[in-house]
Design a protein around this ligand. Sequence first.
Ligand code: 5RP
Length: 222
Amino acid sequence: MTSQDELKCLAARKAVEYVQENEYLGIGTGSTVKFFIEALAESGLRIKGAVSTSVQTSELMKKCGIHEVALNEVNGLPLYVDGADEVNHLLQMIKGGGGALLNEKIVASASKQFICIADESKYVSRLGHVPLPVEVTPNARSLVARRLLKLGGDPNLRLGFTTDHGNLILDVNNLNLNEPIKMENAINNLPGVVDNGLFTNRPADLLILGCADGVKVLTAQS
Ligand code: 5RP
């Protein structure tokens, strides 16, 4: 395991302490989440089931004996656990490195508490060092790319990748994210955009950060 994986694992294991027995749970996507699923299975906690955000997560859950339920079968979720590509002091995030941003945003929105788990390299003073993933319908790929250029971005099609919903991803560099809520809304207002990886209207409630000097549990700092 790399040292970054060890920090991801540290955060993931801590997050299991927040899982309530006899409740449903939402589970995100990615390598940090993989550690969470494994730690949850090892814990022996008995949950009613979990809503998955991707085929990848569903397969892992199945392998680990975690029962999957559809979001439509539950009346909201008490807790959602997911990783991030970047997270700031307000617990706003850029997500979607794994391409599961649409389901992640839906499940986050359905959840009372959102816990973000990450290694310390993901904690940034300003969002925007990683490209912003924008999910688009295939027929609007070029139209949306031109509109993103007008917004100041530099879009690149994620090659050889289709989302679980059959859409494409444009990874956008150089956007000015000084006002990330405005940017999240502006991009989502472009016809052909399904969603984008800015999680600012619904930030995380708690950040569990795996750090070289131990695990830190942070709330939003104003
Ligand atoms: C997937 C995501 C992931 O949470 C994000 O990419 C972080 O992944 P990892 O835990 O592998 O670093 O948003 O769409």
